[in-house]
Write a protein that binds this ligand. Structure first.
Ligand code: UD2
Ligand code: MN
Length: 549
């Protein structure tokens, strides 16, 4: 070969190599950043889907911008299925997940929606189907909870069957009257026939490989329920962001959901599945059989709110557990306010509560009454308005949700599941009923009594952090008269407070500062002061809630 020809050949090879590199890079970039790309992995005709999609969303009824509380116009312009940034840890892509056999792990997905924008709802569904192994995805149960757009479900039925043909199976239901999310999810579960249930909001985008990590954790322990890690989708820009792997789900005494810092065991990596007191919001997967053993979501809860916290408590107390699985990612549009009205359906004793607040408070009250045992007064301390809300449920109805399972008391939850459930209260160092063995200290007409702790009405005590006073709610304090006589007296205030009303905590003893004697119950039913004896059961008094120092 002549020198000139060799040079030309080399040059050509170089050009081909550079072009190949550029092409490769472009493909990678496209997969990572182009969020309008169609990414259906099945054998769908993209053009066909695009035409169907445009047709479907073109019929979106006009609504003001604020109606959905997210950017519907932008959503309409994006593709049915977007490529999403990979937010999970790289190692999640190469793991060997222990997958159950497909014949024993068929998945039913339940989506209930009320007034969702067409493009957002369809994207939720198309993304789910295109990113979920067909072998496992058994059916989709879609419940329209009486949305204003009455045509939507019929069109959705049409388009989904045209695009996806026979697989997965679709079940469509429309509630003729607004039933709420909780009723609808129970109904969806009732008609489901898969081994597993996944409850999904109607404005989500599952990310690649979301299912396998969840199946892996469920297959290892069938009493588990799992949540993916939620990646936030910005309601305005619809950009898909990475969720925080350092958080677990929990709640406070007013039964509001909170993200709590996750604790790491030695050597535990951030991408490992971790136990959580509550689900990551309401998106969770569980075996259908186990869901029904736990009698599903509490049917007394109405419309929206609290069901996932209640289910978390029930699950933990009745023999299950919850894990958040960071290798599984699902995007969710977090909105800053409700996009829907709450129907008025019970006589709110209005106290300036709107129907949304009243519904949520009633749901929370049911949870407190069903599960919080002796701690429920803490709920009422933080939510006094809940006292006036009528439940119209008998004790039997409240307790019926526990039947069928042997469930622990709430105390167990505090000890084993969410020990960091504390009242952040600068004023009191302890609160609630004051128990000595099986008796509780109770005040009736200024008399100090020791009564059964299971009575409905028992004095709630407060140990004041700064003054050491032990008071009831009626400005009465436990004090000591001459000759070590215990008595209830008006609480002294300001500079008048002296040693007669000051109590100190020594483990579970209550030491009276004035006499240096300890509160005692020597004869089982009579309160006295005696010299302090460590470990004496008769001198051990426990508050329902002891706060951190
Ligand atoms: C959170 C949970 C949700 C559920 C809810 C409390 C996440 C990601 N989501 O919802 O799963 O636990 O809190 O109940 O944590 N909907 C109906 N009927 C209604 C009202 C709402 O079907 O009457 C639908 C709605 O269209 C949506 C879902 O219920 O698909 C949840 O409502 P949301 O998304 O407005 O509230 P969100 O995200 O705070
Ligand atoms: Mn939501």
């Amino acid at each position: 070969m002549s020198g000139g020809r060799r040079q030309r050949l080399l040059l050509n090879l170089c050009v081909i190599f550079i072009l190949a590199c550029l092409l490769l890079q472009l493909t990678v970039l496209r997969a990572t950043f182009d969020d309008t790309e169609l990414d259906l992995t099945s054998d769908l005709q993209h053009d066909y889907l695009d035409v169907e999609w445009r047709e479907f969303i073109a019929h979106t009824p006009e609504q003001p911008d604020t109606f959905f509380q997210y950017n519907r116009q932008l959503s309409d312009k994006l593709a049915a299925v977007r490529s999403l940034p990979m937010t999970r840890h790289d190692s999640c892509n190469t793991r060997n997940y222990q997958l159950p056999h497909v014949s024993a792990a068929q998945l039913s997905v339940v989506i209930s929606f009320h007034n969702e924008a067409r493009s957002i709802l369809l994207r939720t569904i198309c993304t789910l189907i295109s990113r979920t192994s067909h072998d496992y995805l058994h059916e989709l149960i879609i419940i329209d909870d009486c949305s204003d757009d009455a045509e939507l479900l019929v069109s959705l039925d049409g388009i989904l069957r045209r695009i996806f043909h026979a697989h997965p199976a679709f079940i469509f239901r429309r509630n003729r009257q607004r039933r709420g999310l909780i009723w609808s999810r129970n109904e969806g579960a009732r008609v489901a026939s898969g081994h597993y249930l996944l409850f999904l909001d109607s404005h989500c985008e599952v990310n690649a490989g979301w299912l396998e990590p969840l199946l892996d954790r469920l297959a290892l322990n069938s009493s588990r329920a799992v949540s993916p890690l939620l990646d936030p989708i910005d309601p305005e820009t619809l950009s898909y962001l990475a969720g925080n792997v350092l958080l677990k789900g929990g709640f406070d005494w007013s039964l509001h959901f909170h993200w709590l810092p996750r604790q790491f065991a030695d050597g535990e990596r951030a991408e490992e599945a971790y136990k959580s007191p509550a689900f990551a919001g309401g998106i969770m997967m569980i075996s259908r059989e186990w869901f029904f053993k736990l009698l599903g979501f509490n049917p007394h809860l109405q419309i929206w709110g609290g069901e996932s916290i209640e289910f978390a408590i029930k699950l933990w107390l009745c023999g299950g557990q919850i894990e958040i699985v960071p290798c599984s990612r699902i995007g969710h549009i977090f909105r800053s306010r409700h996009a829907f009205e709450f129907p008025a359906q019970f006589e709110e004793q209005q106290q300036q509560l709107d129907t949304a607040q009243a519904t949520y408070l009633r749901n929370s009250k049911i949870i407190a009454e069903s599960w919080l045992d002796e701690y429920k007064y803490l709920f009422y301390t933080l939510k006094p308005a809940a006292k006036q809300i009528p439940l119209n449920l008998s004790q039997h109805e409240l307790a019926s949700i526990k039947t069928g399972q042997r469930c622990q008391r709430f105390d167990w939850f505090l000890r084993h599941v969410q020990p960091d459930l504390k009242v952040h209260n600068a004023k009191f160092s302890a609160l609630g009923t004051l128990r000595n063995e099986d008796r509780c200290l109770h005040v009736e007409e200024s008399q100090l009594l020791l009564v059964s702790c299971y009575r409905m009405e028992i004095t709630q005590w407060r140990l004041h952090r700064n003054t050491g006073q032990l008071s009831t709610g009626h400005k009465r304090c436990l004090g000591v008269l001459n000759e070590s006589q215990l008595s209830m007296q008006p609480c002294l205030v300001g500079t008048l407070i002296n040693h007669t009303q000051r109590w100190q905590r020594r483990d579970t003893q209550l030491l009276h500062a004035g006499t240096h004697l300890c509160l005692d119950n020597p004869l089982k039913n009579q309160l006295a002061l005696s010299s302090c004896r460590a470990l004496a059961a008769s001198q051990s008094f426990q508050f329902a809630l002891e706060m951190e120092a």
